[in-house]
Design a protein around this ligand. Structure first.
Ligand SMILES: *Cc1c(COP(=O)(O)O)cnc(C)c1O
Length: 474
């Protein structure tokens, strides 16, 4: 399998090459040249597979430059019940991503049982192991530069800490993460982990990462790599749980299901889109946003107008507080039937602070790709966290609550709906307390997390400062 850039002006690469890079040299994102297809029969055969076997049968279609046995070993090291152990007590952690039935046709797909209690662990733990493997093979080192609004950073750092040949430089918006999120990162004292708190919002952090990555000489001289959701390896790892969730709630492979995905950078739902392109019978992919609803606007009108950072709301589902969804370009590439010249035109507008409007024919295609959307507000989250606690005795986090809101807007009688649970509630306990009058339970091992000494640097919002810092640490 070869990989191509959405901008159409970069060389084709193999999986391992794409894995270690970030953006393509032309500023685009890598995608496989074509999507492998799974038939109904293939899906039926997958019904008896473990999470690990499922991962292998999907990954092997996308990865042809790692021997099968090695790939299997990486998967088995990554997806263990010990690592994904923070499950709700009634569920089986051997499942890695267990499905919890709430009521007829409504399910939670639990993706947040890993070390940092957010779905990002599923992809990031895989990257930790596969990066270490690939770097050792190539006898290389990697400086991972990332930006986080609160969940990517911890997931990346827990996956990479102590890994050979890897340093992590993680930018986070100073003072806007939940205390628990900040403590997860800043309490790590490993030599290969550098926390940089930027005086700005998440998009400023993301823009610094882009600016540094666009300096190709610097990138090359300093072996810069990415673990942001633009990293193809992350998207790939996320495809698996759409299959797992589908197989859990259906008994035959003609049945259609809907997924609702709390969405920020569009990485999670992009994996759902690809699963659907691979033949997984998904009817609707419901994009759930919070008050930062640029994507909701797009999926309703075909107009994509990112906000600038002054116009981003800080909400109680902060991991979705972004104005520009970096993986969105991957979907538009497919929507445009991979017409790179139209895409380049659109992204010239976006990169200059503008917007674009799809023409009528392409607006109609949005529904052909299964996409619909909804947005929600703080009051919706509060109400639904309480309602789900009262009705189902299940405490959901604020992001999952955004998903639940959207799923209820679009729930239908005949089709199972899976809401992706993107974090455990203890990560956002302040809002949960507001909703139900008590704090959600926290895993024993994490009870004193906020009390550990914190290590981080505070930087002005400037790419050059970050470059100097990385250089100095080599
Ligand atoms: C990252 C994150 C999201 C958004 O996921 P994307 O892949 O960026 O769309 C939603 N909820 C939580 C809890 C997250 O950490």
């Amino acid at each position: 399998m070869k990989y191509i850039s959405t901008r159409g002006k970069s060389p084709e690469l193999s999986f391992c090459e794409v894995l270690l890079g970030g953006l393509a040299p032309d500023g685009g994102l890598y995608l496989p040249k074509s999507y492998p297809k799974f038939t109904k029969n293939d899906l039926d055969e997958m019904r008896i597979m473990s999470y690990q076997e499922l991962s292998f049968s999907i990954f092997e279609k996308f990865i042809d430059d790692i021997p099968a046995n090695d790939l299997l070993e990486i998967i088995n090291k990554t997806y263990t019940p010990e690592v994904f152990r923070y499950n709700r007590s009634s569920q089986d952690s051997k499942d890695i991503t267990p499905t919890l039935k709430l009521t007829d046709n409504l399910y939670l797909l639990s993706l947040s049982n890993g070390p940092t209690l957010a779905f990002k662990d599923i992809a990031m733990q895989f990257l930790g192991h596969i990066f270490e493997y690939v770097l050792a093979k190539k006898n290389k080192t990697l400086n991972i530069l990332g930006a986080t609004s609160g969940d990517t950073g911890p997931a990346a750092e827990y996956a990479m800490k102590g890994k050979k040949g890897i340093n992590v430089f993680m930018l986070s918006p100073h003072g806007t993460m939940s205390p628990f999120q900040a403590a997860q990162m800043y309490s790590l004292h490993e030599d290969n982990i550098y926390n940089i708190a930027v005086k700005g919002v998440f998009d400023d952090c993301q823009d610094i990462v882009k600016a540094v990555s666009n300096d190709l000489q610097f990138k090359k001289d300093n072996n810069i790599g990415a673990v942001n959701s633009i990293n193809w390896g992350r998207i790939l790892a996320q495809i698996v749980y759409y299959f797992k969730g589908y197989l859990d709630v259906t008994d035959n492979s003609s049945k259609l299901v809907d997924f609702t995905v709390p969405t920020g950078n569009f990485g999670n739902i992009c994996a759902g889109h690809i699963a659907r392109m691979m033949g997984l019978p998904i009817r609707h992919l419901v994009v759930a946003t919070n008050e930062n609803d640029v994507l909701d606007e797009f999926f309703k009108t075909g107009k994509y107008q990112p906000r600038n950072s002054e116009n981003i709301f800080q909400t109680s589902s902060p991991s979705m507080d972004i104005s520009k969804a970096s993986n969105f370009e991957r979907f538009i590439f497919d929507l445009l039937d991979r017409d790179t010249s139209t895409l380049n035109g659109y992204w010239d507008l976006i990169d200059n602070g503008g917007s674009f409007q799809l023409d009528k024919k392409n607006v109609d295609l949005i529904s052909v790709f299964g996409f619909i959307s909804s947005s929600s507000k703080h009051e919706n989250r509060i109400k639904l966290i309480k309602q789900f606690y009262d009705e189902y005795d299940v405490i959901i986090d604020t992001h999952t609550a955004d998903g639940v809101k959207a799923s209820l807007d679009h729930l239908s009688k005949d089709t199972p709906m899976l809401v992706l649970e993107t974090a455990l509630p203890t990560k956002f306990e302040g809002t949960v307390l507001e909703a139900i009058g008590k704090k959600p339970p926290r895993p024993e091992a994490l009870i004193n997390l906020e009390k550990i000494d914190q290590k981080f640097e505070i930087f002005e919002n400037e790419a050059s400062l970050v470059k100097n810092f990385i250089r100095a640490k080599q």
